[in-house]
Each structure stands twice: as C-alpha cells, then as structure tokens.
Write a new protein. Structure first.
Length: 37
C-alpha cells in the first residue's frame, strides 16, 4: 500500500509528537473539508 512520504514520516516521530501532528492534521483536514465539502 502506498502512503505519502509526509504521512510515513509522521510514524517515525516519537508518540507525543505524533499525537500533536495528528491533531494538527485533523484540524487542517476538518477546516479543509468545511471549506470545500
């Protein structure tokens, strides 16, 4: 399965960093979907 490099890189981070990165991504995605969805 192909995953974008940025997503793959997130998995290399330590857990606390990963959690906040996920939150950022969710927030960005939520805002993006609100604007374009």
């Amino acid at each position: 399965m192909w995953i974008p490099k940025a997503v793959h890189d997130i998995f290399l981070f330590p857990a606390p960093v990963r959690k906040s990165a996920y939150r950022e991504m969710e927030r960005w995605l939520g805002g993006y979907l609100t604007q374009h969805g």
